[in-house]
Design a protein around this ligand. Structure first.
Ligand SMILES: CSC[C@H]1O[C@H](OP(=O)(O)O)[C@H](O)[C@@H]1O
Length: 367
């Protein structure tokens, strides 16, 4: 998407140097920092420490990490080591495993001498496919927004609530939950976005708000606990979020707090949509609550908050007593029964096995 007058992706290869470049999202919205990732360990650190984050972007970053390592050492041992190092960075987003398996499946049968070129080509393709996939998600989501707009009094915007950042910063471009928003604005529809701050790391306040500002989309930042109240008072026409792993039966694992939004949406008859590329569907899992590993992150993310000081510098400040420890599950699982629809690149699926198989019949295994 555009940053000022310049079009950006969240990850790209500098043509002059061949270096893989990323936007280091830890410093947004206060500083726009671009860094190069040059070694396998730097790629692993960037994913683990959330310089880059968001399921599709984590997958694309891992693909480029494999490619960089193949250029250094294309041996079988190096291929397996790179898979292990990158896989252990974060446990929940399935795109990481999907991308690593995709790359290793392509590279393993090749002669080592052919792996570096094949790897970088595939990494580029993973990134390009993500952009097109998200664009298509946006077109399908646009029709939902358009339908809601028809039911609104003239001059009133479609009010959309979103949680965390499932924006272009969480993908290579367009975003998943934000793609319908961008497409709606491009189609001339009037939307307003309630942006959940999304504690503890505030991806909403820091990243989604930055995206909305950069794109000139009407929005207001709200605390995570305000969403239910807004819905009770008719101020939310739809919820749209992303996901880090959706099961074959339609259970949705997403940033912590998503489940609570879904409960409030159901209680107030607000449609609750999830936007996702098919690479985020884990076809091997049915019961999301019991089977999806939930990342436990450092409790310092709960006891501290990052922001800009009055002198313009950025810092992390402690918000709780010295002796207080935190608990920090990074995701939760929304059962399929609370999901109105799954917006994929092939269309909108009912949140169920049959609903997903109608759009992805090639996944229908023999009974
Ligand atoms: C399009 S995936 C976005 C998804 O990823 C975020 O998690 P994190 O920032 O920890 O990587 C969040 O769950 C978003 O919904």
């Amino acid at each position: 998407m555009k940053v000022g007058d310049t079009a950006f992706r969240s990850i790209w290869v500098e043509s002059a140097t061949g270096e893989v470049r990323i936007i280091d999202q830890r410093w947004l919205p206060h500083e726009f920092r671009v860094v190069s990732l040059k070694t396998l360990d730097e790629f692993a650190t960037a994913i683990r420490d959330m310089w880059v984050r968001g399921a599709p972007l984590i997958g694309a970053t891992a693909a480029y990490g494999m490619a960089i390592e193949m250029a250094r050492d294309p041996s079988d041992a190096s291929l397996d080591h790179a898979w292990e190092v990158l896989h252990e960075t974060r446990p929940t987003a399935i795109n990481l495993r999907w991308a690593l398996d995709d790359m290793r499946g392509l590279l393993s049968p090749l002669a080592p001498a052919a792996r570096a070129d094949a790897a970088i080509r595939r990494a580029h393709a993973v990134a390009d496919e993500d952009v097109e996939t998200n664009r298509r998600i946006g077109l399908h989501g646009l029709e939902i927004i358009r339908e809601i707009a028809r039911s609104k009094p003239k001059g009133e915007p479609v009010n959309i609530l979103t949680h965390c950042n499932a924006g272009w910063l969480a993908t290579v471009d367009w975003g998943t939950a934000t793609s319908p928003m961008y497409q709606a604005v491009e189609a001339g529809l009037d939307i307003h976005v309630w942006v959940d701050e999304t504690r503890p790391r505030n991806q909403g306040a820091q990243l989604t708000a930055w995206e909305m500002n950069s794109h000139g989309i009407s929005h207001r930042l709200i605390v995570d606990n305000a969403g239910g109240h807004m819905m009770q008072h008719g101020q939310v026409d739809m919820v749209i979020v992303g996901t880090d792993r959706t099961t074959a039966s339609g259970d949705v694992c997403n940033k912590i707090g998503t489940y609570l939004k879904a409960l409030a949406a159901r209680d107030n008859d607000v449609p609750f949509y999830v936007a996702l590329p098919s690479s985020t569907i884990d076809w091997t899992v049915n019961d999301g609550v019991r089977e999806i590993p939930i990342e436990e992150r450092d409790d310092g993310e709960v006891t501290k908050v990052f922001g800009k000081l009055d002198d313009g510098s950025v810092a992390s400040v402690q918000i709780s007593p010295d002796g207080t420890r935190g608990a920090n599950p990074a995701f939760d699982v929304t059962p399929a029964r609370l999901v109105t629809g799954l917006i994929t690149e092939r269309g909108v699926a009912e949140a169920s096995r049959e609903g997903l198989l109608k759009l992805f019949p090639e996944r229908r295994t023999a009974a």
